[in-house]
Design a protein around this ligand. Structure first.
Ligand code: NDP
Length: 384
């Protein structure tokens, strides 16, 4: 039996890992839509290889390239935000939501509204629009499968259990490449150093988020929406080896953990095969070779992002969307060489001191908060 699949963000790191798994079981999958921002030629090559119905670039200026690269293939080419949502709404049985940033929110919502299965990697969508997105999931009978490795681990550890029996959900964090750097060195970090993650091979934005620990902050908010046990029951522990992907402790004192190699194909495979399992080419864990696994409390003095995220989650309303938008602006400025690494969290904190709009109740409200917060953060950057 073939299954239909759409990949939003097919040219990215998660997209590549997903397509690698599909390639190994090519006959099982019918590809509906593949999307990118502007990597038109790469997208066209993937669409041809997988026989996609439609390929979409978000950036309309890249449509001509996409059309040219797809000429004679019979594959539809489209561009723009509306086209992304239309592609997501084609009703694939499984949609992998792997666009980076809040840009992925509207297409993810379009997929949710079809009531299918969504493998959600795009954490920023859930951080910005948590209640709105989760309400839509419930209303449309969609199934959200967490693809982020930590949330996928928790999802697996919670299987068949009652949330009321959970004492703690513990998110593990590698601590990123700069975990042991001095304050002086942190102030002078280059983008290349920040994206050089010791364990994971990921896109640039999430790699910087890992280095600032904002990734764990976003994941804290993500976990609160996916597994509503209460914020006070979710905690973060630094685990530099990235072998234990997260843990759930139950009220009887039992702790279940999910372990695996630092390879996103493991959690992605768990979503693709859900509720079953599939083969992956990932290396088996060699525990004797690993020797020691270590765990530390996070250092929120040097890496304040997890505190900012927790405060935003506690404040609720528009705060998480503002946190996310400000972080996206600050990370882009850092990657462009415009601000120091240590300014990223400072810009987020400053943006959150503004009087925030009321809690967003619809997708349009979230997008309005997002765009307003981007403007504030940009303004803070200009006047620094
Ligand atoms: P990448 O930067 O590698 O890929 C991002 C994808 O989104 C690309 O296909 C890119 O297209 C597309 N894209 C970028 N901007 C836009 C836009 N404005 N509109 C539409 N499409 C856009 O990111 P990752 O694959 O690393 O991450 C994707 C998501 O998954 C993120 O939310 C991240 O936090 C999450 N995630 C990633 C993990 C990882 O290991 N990489 C692990 C856990 C979660 P183009 O190529 O044309 O730029």
């Amino acid at each position: 039996m073939t299954r239909s699949i759409t990949i939003l963000g097919a040219t990215g790191s998660i997209g590549a890992s997903t397509l690698d798994l599909l390639r190994r079981e090519r006959e099982r999958w019918r590809v509906v839509a593949l999307t990118a921002n502007c990597q038109a030629r790469e997208l066209a090559a993937l669409a041809r290889e997988f026989g996609a119905e439609v390929a979409v670039v978000a950036d309309e200026s890249c449509l001509a390239d996409l059309r040219e690269a797809l000429a004679g293939s019979g594959i539809e080419a489209a561009a723009g935000r509306a086209a992304l949502c239309e592609a997501a709404a084609r009703g694939a049985e499984l949609t992998v939501a792997a666009i980076v940033g809040c840009a992925g929110l509207a297409p993810t919502m379009a997929a949710v509204e079809q009531g299918g299965i969504i493998a959600l990697a795009n954490k920023e969508a859930l951080v910005s629009a948590g209640d709105v997105l989760m309400d839509a999931v419930a209303r449309h009978g969609a199934t959200l499968l967490p693809t982020d490795s930590e949330h996928n681990a928790i999802f697996q550890c919670l299987h068949g259990q009652d949330l009321a029996d959970v004492r703690w959900i513990t998110l593990t964090a590698s601590g990123g490449p700069l975990r042991t750097w001095s304050d002086e060195r942190l102030a002078a970090v280059t983008p290349a150093q920040a994206v050089a993650h010791p364990n994971w091979d990921m896109g640039a934005k999430i790699s910087v988020d890992s280095a600032t620990m904002m990734n764990k902050g976003l994941e804290f908010i993500e976990a609160a929406h996916l597994f509503p046990v209460g914020l006070e029951r979710i905690r973060i522990v630094v685990h530099p080896q990235s072998v234990v992907h997260s843990l759930v402790e139950y009220r009887d004192g039992s702790t279940l953990a999910q372990l695996g190699p630092s390879d996103m194909r493991v959690p992605i495979a768990s979503c693709l095969a859900w509720p079953g399992r599939m083969d992956t080419p990932c290396k088996a864990l060699d525990l004797p070779a690993l020797g020691t696994l270590s765990f530390f409390p996070p250092d929120e003095e040097r890496f304040p992002a997890t505190r900012l995220a927790r405060e935003a989650a506690e404040a609720g309303g528009a705060a998480p969307a503002v946190l996310n938008a400000a972080n996206e602006i600050a990370v882009a400025a850092f990657l462009a060489g415009q601000i120091a690494f240590t300014r990223i969290a400072a810009v987020v904190e400053q943006t959150l001191t503004r009087t925030l709009p009321s809690a967003p109740a619809t997708l349009d409200d979230v997008l309005a908060v997002d765009s307003e917060a981007r403007a504030w953060a940009s303004n803070i950057l200009e006047h620094a």
